[in-house]
Design a protein around this ligand. Sequence first.
Ligand code: HEM
Length: 266
Amino acid sequence: MEDESKGNPFVEYVRSDVLFSLQQFRTGSGAERSFLIMSQIMELLFKLAYDESVRARELLDTDDIAGALWNLRRLRHVYAMLSGAWDVLSAMSPAEYGEFREQLGEGSGFQSYMYRHMEFSLGNKNPAMAGMHGGDERTYRELRRTLAEPSLYDAVLRLLRRRGLPVPDACVERDWSEPYEEQDAVVEIWRTVYSERDNYGDLHRLAEALVDLAHDFARWRSLHLLTVERLIGAKTGTGGTSGASWLRRVSEHRFFPELWSVRSTL
Ligand code: HEM
C-alpha cells in the first residue's frame, strides 16, 4: 500500500491512512458500516482499558494508591465510551442487522482476545476462554501470560495484607490463572474499611473506585444484552451459544465479589 502519510505530521502520527484501510465491508449495507467501525472502536478501547488496568495494578504494587486512583479515574471514562457505543449499534433495526449477519459466519465478539485480556486483567480468570484461542500460537501465549499474572483485584488484596489486614494466605499466593473464589474473611476486611473510614480513608476511596469500575463493566454487559435482545430476540448467536439467555447469565458476574457482598452488612 502506498504510504499516504508522508509530509503530513498528523497522519504520520495517527496513521489514519492505515486505520481507514481497515474498513473492509462485506456488503453495501449502511448498517454494516456502523457495525464494523463500532466493533473496531470497541477493540481499540478494550486495549486501552487493559493497558490502564495493568498500569493501575503496577501502581498498587508500589503502594501508590493515589496514582492508581488517578488511573482508575481515566479507566471509568474509557468504560463510559464503551457503553456509549451501544447507542450507535442499537439504532440498527433487526432487518438492517439481517442485511449483513450472514457475512459474519461464525464470527462473534465472543472470539475477541482483547476482551479476554481486559477481563483477565480485572480478575475474571477463565482458562477455557484462553483455551479457545489455542489454534493461534501467539495470541494463546499472550493470553496465557495475562491469565498467569495477578489481576488488579489480586494486587488490591496483596496491598490490604501489606497494610496489616488479615487477608488469607490463599488470596496472596496462589495460581493466578485460576478463578478467584470469594472469601468471608475478605468481606469482613471490607466491612472494617467501610465502618472505620477515619482510619482507612484511602482504602475506602479505592474500594469505591473499584465498585465504580465493576458497575461500569456490568453496564457495558447489560447494554450489550439489551442490544442483542432488540436485534435478534431469542435467536442463537453467531458464536454458537444460545444468544441472549447465555449473555443474561454472563451479565450476572460481578468483579471484586466481596465488595458487593459487604453491602448486605453495611
Ligand atoms: C450489534 C450486534 C451484536 C449482536 C447481535 C451480538 C450478539 C452476541 C451474542 C449472541 C453473544 C454470545 C456468543 C455468541 O453466541 O455469539 C455475544 C458475545 C460477545 N459479544 Fe456481541 N453482539 C453484537 C455486537 C458486538 C460488538 C460490536 C462487540 C464488540 C466488539 C461485541 C462483543 C462481544 C463479546 C466480547 C462477547 C463475549 C462476552 C462474554 O464472553 O462475556 N458484540 N454477542
